[in-house]
Design a protein around this ligand. Structure first.
Ligand code: CDP
Length: 213
Protein backbone atom coordinates (compact mmCIF):
# COMPACT_ATOMS: atom_id res chain seq x y z
CA UNK A 1 0.00 0.00 0.00
CA UNK A 2 1.23 3.49 -0.86
CA UNK A 3 -0.16 6.24 1.34
CA UNK A 4 1.68 9.49 2.04
CA UNK A 5 0.93 12.01 4.75
CA UNK A 6 2.73 15.30 4.03
CA UNK A 7 3.03 17.60 7.03
CA UNK A 8 4.41 21.08 6.40
CA UNK A 9 4.59 24.24 8.45
CA UNK A 10 6.89 26.64 10.29
CA UNK A 11 9.32 25.91 13.15
CA UNK A 12 7.91 24.49 16.38
CA UNK A 13 4.30 24.41 15.17
CA UNK A 14 3.97 20.80 16.32
CA UNK A 15 4.80 18.96 13.08
CA UNK A 16 7.30 16.61 14.70
CA UNK A 17 5.04 15.49 17.54
CA UNK A 18 2.03 15.05 15.27
CA UNK A 19 4.10 13.13 12.68
CA UNK A 20 5.51 10.72 15.27
CA UNK A 21 2.05 10.06 16.70
CA UNK A 22 0.58 9.42 13.24
CA UNK A 23 3.41 7.03 12.34
CA UNK A 24 2.71 5.14 15.55
CA UNK A 25 -1.09 5.00 15.15
CA UNK A 26 -1.06 3.90 11.49
CA UNK A 27 2.24 1.97 11.41
CA UNK A 28 3.70 4.30 8.76
CA UNK A 29 7.42 5.05 8.33
CA UNK A 30 8.37 8.56 9.50
CA UNK A 31 10.94 10.91 7.98
CA UNK A 32 11.74 14.25 9.62
CA UNK A 33 13.10 16.01 6.52
CA UNK A 34 14.39 18.90 8.64
CA UNK A 35 17.06 16.56 9.97
CA UNK A 36 18.53 16.27 6.46
CA UNK A 37 18.95 20.06 6.23
CA UNK A 38 20.19 20.30 9.82
CA UNK A 39 22.85 17.66 9.15
CA UNK A 40 23.99 19.37 5.94
CA UNK A 41 24.06 22.73 7.74
CA UNK A 42 26.11 21.60 10.72
CA UNK A 43 28.57 19.55 8.63
CA UNK A 44 29.05 22.48 6.23
CA UNK A 45 29.74 24.81 9.17
CA UNK A 46 32.33 22.39 10.51
CA UNK A 47 33.92 21.99 7.11
CA UNK A 48 34.28 25.77 6.69
CA UNK A 49 35.21 26.54 10.30
CA UNK A 50 32.02 28.51 10.79
CA UNK A 51 31.56 29.62 7.19
CA UNK A 52 28.85 28.11 4.96
CA UNK A 53 30.35 27.42 1.56
CA UNK A 54 27.63 26.58 -1.02
CA UNK A 55 29.85 24.20 -3.04
CA UNK A 56 30.82 22.25 0.08
CA UNK A 57 27.16 22.17 1.14
CA UNK A 58 26.12 20.54 -2.12
CA UNK A 59 28.85 17.92 -1.85
CA UNK A 60 27.91 17.18 1.78
CA UNK A 61 24.22 16.87 0.81
CA UNK A 62 25.12 14.36 -1.91
CA UNK A 63 27.08 12.19 0.51
CA UNK A 64 24.93 12.38 3.64
CA UNK A 65 25.01 9.13 5.67
CA UNK A 66 22.61 7.59 8.21
CA UNK A 67 25.20 8.35 10.93
CA UNK A 68 25.04 12.05 10.04
CA UNK A 69 21.33 11.95 10.88
CA UNK A 70 22.03 10.39 14.27
CA UNK A 71 24.32 13.21 15.49
CA UNK A 72 23.25 14.51 18.88
CA UNK A 73 23.73 18.20 18.00
CA UNK A 74 21.09 18.42 15.27
CA UNK A 75 18.41 19.92 17.53
CA UNK A 76 20.43 22.99 18.54
CA UNK A 77 19.62 26.57 17.51
CA UNK A 78 22.94 26.65 15.65
CA UNK A 79 21.95 23.65 13.52
CA UNK A 80 18.51 25.17 12.85
CA UNK A 81 20.01 28.45 11.61
CA UNK A 82 22.58 26.66 9.45
CA UNK A 83 19.81 24.39 8.08
CA UNK A 84 17.67 27.28 6.91
CA UNK A 85 20.71 28.91 5.24
CA UNK A 86 21.76 25.82 3.25
CA UNK A 87 18.07 25.12 2.50
CA UNK A 88 17.91 28.15 0.17
CA UNK A 89 20.53 26.56 -2.13
CA UNK A 90 18.89 24.84 -5.14
CA UNK A 91 21.73 22.30 -5.47
CA UNK A 92 21.38 21.24 -1.85
CA UNK A 93 17.61 20.83 -2.23
CA UNK A 94 18.16 18.92 -5.48
CA UNK A 95 20.62 16.54 -3.85
CA UNK A 96 18.10 15.67 -1.11
CA UNK A 97 15.07 15.35 -3.37
CA UNK A 98 15.25 11.76 -4.61
CA UNK A 99 15.76 10.23 -1.16
CA UNK A 100 12.66 12.00 0.15
CA UNK A 101 10.55 11.06 -2.89
CA UNK A 102 11.44 7.39 -2.56
CA UNK A 103 10.68 7.48 1.16
CA UNK A 104 7.30 9.14 0.51
CA UNK A 105 6.15 6.31 -1.77
CA UNK A 106 7.57 3.43 0.27
CA UNK A 107 5.32 0.44 0.77
CA UNK A 108 3.27 0.46 3.95
CA UNK A 109 2.72 4.22 4.13
CA UNK A 110 4.86 7.20 5.05
CA UNK A 111 4.58 10.42 6.99
CA UNK A 112 7.09 13.14 6.16
CA UNK A 113 7.31 16.51 7.82
CA UNK A 114 9.05 19.59 6.47
CA UNK A 115 8.36 22.73 4.49
CA UNK A 116 7.80 21.58 0.88
CA UNK A 117 6.55 18.02 1.22
CA UNK A 118 3.02 18.64 -0.06
CA UNK A 119 4.11 21.13 -2.72
CA UNK A 120 7.36 19.73 -4.18
CA UNK A 121 8.43 16.39 -2.72
CA UNK A 122 5.08 14.61 -2.90
CA UNK A 123 2.34 16.68 -4.56
CA UNK A 124 0.37 13.42 -4.97
CA UNK A 125 0.28 12.81 -1.18
CA UNK A 126 -3.06 11.37 -0.06
CA UNK A 127 -3.19 13.70 2.95
CA UNK A 128 -1.58 17.13 3.28
CA UNK A 129 -1.57 19.08 6.51
CA UNK A 130 -0.17 22.55 7.06
CA UNK A 131 0.44 22.93 10.78
CA UNK A 132 0.77 26.46 12.17
CA UNK A 133 0.67 28.47 15.39
CA UNK A 134 1.49 32.09 16.22
CA UNK A 135 5.20 32.98 16.28
CA UNK A 136 4.98 33.83 20.00
CA UNK A 137 3.49 30.47 20.92
CA UNK A 138 5.98 28.59 18.76
CA UNK A 139 8.90 30.49 20.29
CA UNK A 140 7.61 29.69 23.81
CA UNK A 141 7.43 25.97 22.94
CA UNK A 142 10.91 25.93 21.40
CA UNK A 143 12.30 27.90 24.37
CA UNK A 144 10.92 25.34 26.86
CA UNK A 145 12.50 22.57 24.79
CA UNK A 146 15.95 24.14 24.32
CA UNK A 147 16.43 25.75 27.74
CA UNK A 148 16.97 22.33 29.32
CA UNK A 149 20.31 22.07 27.54
CA UNK A 150 21.10 25.80 27.22
CA UNK A 151 20.64 27.77 30.43
CA UNK A 152 21.74 31.08 28.82
CA UNK A 153 18.95 31.07 26.28
CA UNK A 154 16.31 33.85 26.35
CA UNK A 155 12.76 33.75 25.02
CA UNK A 156 13.47 36.88 22.99
CA UNK A 157 16.41 35.33 21.16
CA UNK A 158 14.35 32.24 20.33
CA UNK A 159 11.51 34.45 19.02
CA UNK A 160 13.99 36.37 16.84
CA UNK A 161 15.39 33.10 15.49
CA UNK A 162 11.94 31.73 14.74
CA UNK A 163 10.93 34.93 12.90
CA UNK A 164 14.18 35.05 10.90
CA UNK A 165 13.78 31.42 9.88
CA UNK A 166 10.09 31.88 8.95
CA UNK A 167 11.11 34.78 6.72
CA UNK A 168 13.99 32.91 5.05
CA UNK A 169 11.87 29.76 4.57
CA UNK A 170 8.86 31.53 3.10
CA UNK A 171 10.69 34.05 0.93
CA UNK A 172 13.27 31.79 -0.72
CA UNK A 173 12.95 31.27 -4.44
CA UNK A 174 13.14 27.48 -4.56
CA UNK A 175 10.49 25.48 -2.71
CA UNK A 176 9.32 28.25 -0.37
CA UNK A 177 7.25 27.31 2.65
CA UNK A 178 3.63 27.75 1.48
CA UNK A 179 0.59 25.58 2.11
CA UNK A 180 -0.31 23.35 -0.86
CA UNK A 181 -3.64 24.38 -2.39
CA UNK A 182 -5.24 21.16 -1.19
CA UNK A 183 -3.65 21.16 2.30
CA UNK A 184 -5.81 21.17 5.43
CA UNK A 185 -4.73 23.96 7.78
CA UNK A 186 -4.26 22.93 11.39
CA UNK A 187 -3.66 25.84 13.78
CA UNK A 188 -2.28 24.44 17.03
CA UNK A 189 -2.10 27.79 18.91
CA UNK A 190 -5.08 26.87 21.08
CA UNK A 191 -4.85 23.09 20.83
CA UNK A 192 -3.28 20.58 23.19
CA UNK A 193 -0.97 18.03 21.56
CA UNK A 194 -3.60 15.33 22.09
CA UNK A 195 -6.29 17.44 20.42
CA UNK A 196 -4.03 18.26 17.45
CA UNK A 197 -3.11 14.59 17.01
CA UNK A 198 -6.77 13.57 17.24
CA UNK A 199 -7.68 16.01 14.45
CA UNK A 200 -4.87 14.73 12.22
CA UNK A 201 -5.85 11.09 12.89
CA UNK A 202 -9.49 11.85 12.00
CA UNK A 203 -8.46 13.47 8.69
CA UNK A 204 -6.30 10.46 7.76
CA UNK A 205 -9.00 7.96 8.75
CA UNK A 206 -11.49 9.77 6.57
CA UNK A 207 -9.11 9.59 3.59
CA UNK A 208 -8.37 5.92 4.21
CA UNK A 209 -12.13 5.23 4.25
CA UNK A 210 -12.54 7.00 0.89
CA UNK A 211 -9.81 4.78 -0.55
CA UNK A 212 -11.84 1.69 0.44
CA UNK A 213 -15.05 2.86 -1.31
O1 CDP B 1 11.92 21.58 13.90
P1 CDP B 1 11.83 22.87 13.16
O2 CDP B 1 10.49 23.07 12.57
O3 CDP B 1 12.36 24.02 13.94
O4 CDP B 1 12.84 22.81 11.95
P2 CDP B 1 13.15 21.63 10.95
O5 CDP B 1 11.87 21.07 10.41
O6 CDP B 1 14.12 20.70 11.57
O7 CDP B 1 13.86 22.43 9.74
C1 CDP B 1 15.03 23.18 9.90
C2 CDP B 1 15.20 24.05 8.67
O8 CDP B 1 15.42 23.21 7.54
C3 CDP B 1 13.99 24.89 8.30
O9 CDP B 1 13.98 26.17 8.91
C4 CDP B 1 14.09 24.99 6.77
O10 CDP B 1 14.90 26.05 6.38
C5 CDP B 1 14.79 23.71 6.38
N1 CDP B 1 13.87 22.72 5.80
C6 CDP B 1 13.49 22.88 4.47
O11 CDP B 1 13.87 23.85 3.83
N2 CDP B 1 12.70 21.95 3.87
C7 CDP B 1 12.25 20.90 4.55
N3 CDP B 1 11.49 19.99 3.92
C8 CDP B 1 12.60 20.74 5.90
C9 CDP B 1 13.40 21.67 6.52
Amino acid sequence: MKFTVAIDGPAAAGKGTISKAIAEVFGFGHLDSGLLYRAVGIKTLEHGNGILDPVAAEDIAKHLTPEDLRRDDLRTGLAARAASKVAVLPNVRGALLEFQRIFARRDGGAVIDGRDIGTVICPEAEVKLFVTASAEIRARRRFEELKQTNADLTLDSVLNDVRARDKRDSEREMSPMVPAEDAVLLDTSELSIDAAVAKAVAIINERLEQGRD
